[in-house]
Design a protein. Structure first.
Length: 155
């Protein structure tokens, strides 16, 4: 039990982790699953592991990387967060319009990088980037219509 607790603290010292990711790492190190569960429960009670705070921090990081709902949800579950908690945090962010802001920020970045190129190329690059980052097609259409407009009145 002591060795597992020390290993958990060492892992947490290196980087914040969700309870799921921490459990996976400890089991991979050869610790018994029951002991791992006990250690993680104790760390949660002590406030050293907090999945909600971890999810909110991860959301902020993903939004800085201009990720969309689908991308953030995928990243959260990949990082070992409970899918229900991840969905709850993503839904709240969506209600607050954070993914709309993220999509517009991505659109502005792509627009700056592709300035001077053909409008179709610019839109294609935006759609490609937005899709990779997990933004919804409807939101990408809205941003593209707002940001990628032709300067030529005959287009």
């Amino acid at each position: 039990m002591d060795a597992c607790r020390e290993a958990a603290l060492t892992l947490l010292d290196a980087a914040a982790r969700s309870s799921g990711a921490l459990a996976r790492r400890l089991v991979d190190k050869g610790f018994d699953a029951k002991v791992v569960d006990q250690v993680i429960d104790r760390l949660i009670r002590l406030g050293l592991v907090n999945d909600l705070a971890y999810a909110q921090d991860l959301l902020r990081i993903c939004l800085r990387r201009t990720m969309g709902e689908r991308g953030v949800l995928s990243e959260m579950t990949r990082k070992g967060l409970d899918p229900g908690l991840a969905a709850q945090v993503v839904a709240q962010a969506s209600r607050e319009g954070l993914f709309v802001d993220s999509a517009y920020e991505l659109g502005r970045k792509v627009a700056r990088k592709t300035a001077g190129l053909d409008l179709k190329v610019r839109k294609r690059r935006f759609w490609s980037a937005g899709s990779r980052k997990g933004h919804s097609p409807g939101l990408l259409s809205q941003v593209a219509a707002d940001l990628f407009v032709s300067d030529d009145p005959l287009d």
